[in-house]
Write a protein that binds this ligand. Structure first.
Ligand SMILES: [Zn+2]
Ligand SMILES: [Zn+2]
Length: 389
């Protein structure tokens, strides 16, 4: 079968000491310190066998994620930009949906022909965090498209327990291709759902919500805030294309921090205006720029307000904690999308047409041109790029 394979050279940076875990597993915990000269090409790869509790999918839609772009982009020394857990070579692609074409003999709830989406976090279910109800903090985590083969391919074998049926989306969209695209968007949408509702406990209907950074995670946060009854949703984004999409998925106010700066304003000024001086009940960080975003959030936190950290960044940020005491404020860290009813809730919201994430898709490519799709994503002029097969 064909798959979009990412290869890179295992060359730890000078001064970087490999951990015992990295040496034994061949997995880099800090990818950007270990992998050099990433290369991407469509290649023939042997098909994996289907174990008793696995299913084989024919991927039908798979989104290009910011992480995929960061695998491929390098710094001036030739090291890849992606800072997380990685093992190469690997077929990339972790935001996907597909049709089940084979089921293992112990699989009970899935049938050939079912339409499914799947989690990307392969939690073990046996380590202490998993057993204590924290699958996204699994100690033996594998990640589809990062450490094991992903869905930019003609075939993918995955444990049945990570799959969620999306058959009903075909009726809702009346178009199977569009239903598969919606299915592929369940993964990034569930990341936002997990952070805002499962980790941070949400906000009351009528609450004011801000979203800093509107890539696909930010778009999902906007759509979910709207669906959950936010009084006003305020978004901050520099890209004009993405500002427009932010409005489309439900932001009431969209500002460019760069434009504000030219007017001598900061996000905090417009947030206080839009929230009528009360501040935001929930701030969502989806920009991965906490040194710039956190001070704005801190200054505009409503009493009882929450800051939800989804964007990834390796910076330390000074915080004025007195503010959190006087405002009964809280900060929530979140990663991943597994557990807590995240996926099924997102699928229900899509099936009820309360959110339509397919609106953020701006380009589509066939699998044969998947390298081109990643190259286009580097130009950052799209909402979401979808590879379809
Ligand atoms: Zn992703
Ligand atoms: Zn585990």
């Amino acid at each position: 079968m064909k798959g979009l394979v990412l290869e890179a050279d295992w060359k730890p940076r000078e001064g970087y000491t490999l951990t015992e875990f990295e040496r034994v597993t061949g997995k880099a915990v800090t990818g950007s310190s270990v992998w050099k000269n990433p290369r991407l090409r469509l290649r023939d790869v042997p098909e994996a066998p289907v174990g008793p509790r696995d299913v084989r999918l024919r991927p039908r839609a798979c989104g290009i994620c910011g992480s995929d772009v960061h695998f491929y982009e390098t710094d001036p020394d030739g090291y890849m930009l992606y800072p997380g857990l990685t093992k190469f070579p690997v077929i990339i692609g972790h935001e996907f949906s597909g049709e089940i074409v084979e089921v293992g003999k112990e699989v009970r709830d899935l049938r050939v022909g079912d339409m499914v989406t799947a989690e990307e976090m392969i939690w073990c279910g046996e380590c202490t965090p998993c057993r204590n109800g924290y699958p996204n903090q699994c100690l033996r985590l594998e990640e589809i498209g990062f450490t094991t083969h992903g869905a930019q391919a003609e075939s993918l074998v995955i444990g049945a327990k990570y799959c969620w049926k999306i058959n009903e989306l075909a009726d809702v969209y009346g178009d199977v291709d569009r239903a598969y695209e919606a299915g592929a968007l369940c993964e990034p949408t569930s990341v936002s759902y997990n952070a805002m509702f499962s980790r941070a406990g949400g906000f009351k209907p009528g609450g004011y919500v801000t979203v800093f950074g509107t890539g696909p995670i930010g778009f999902a946060a906007i759509a979910l805030a709207r669906a959950a009854g936010a009084g006003r949703v305020v978004a901050f984004e520099v890209s004009p294309v993405r500002q427009e999409l932010a409005r489309k998925v439900g932001a009431d106010f969209v500002y460019s921090p760069a434009d504000l700066e030219r007017q001598g304003l900061r996000p905090r000024d417009v947030i206080m205006e839009v929230t009528r001086g009360e501040g935001a009940d929930m701030h969502v960080e989806a920009a991965g720029a906490p040194p710039r975003t956190i001070p704005e959030m801190e200054e505009t936190l409503a009493v009882g307000g929450k800051i939800v950290m989804i964007g990834r960044a390796s910076d330390r940020v000074p915080m004025y904690l007195e503010h959190f005491q006087t405002h009964a404020g809280q900060v929530f860290g979140a990663q991943g999308h597994s557990g807590y009813g995240n996926f099924p809730s997102v699928i229900r919201l899509m099936a009820a047409r309360r959110i339509d994430m397919t609106q953020i898709i701006t380009s589509r490519f066939p699998l044969d041109r998947a390298v081109e799709a990643v190259q286009k994503a580097i130009r950052r002029e799209d909402g979401k790029i979808m590879v379809r097969s």
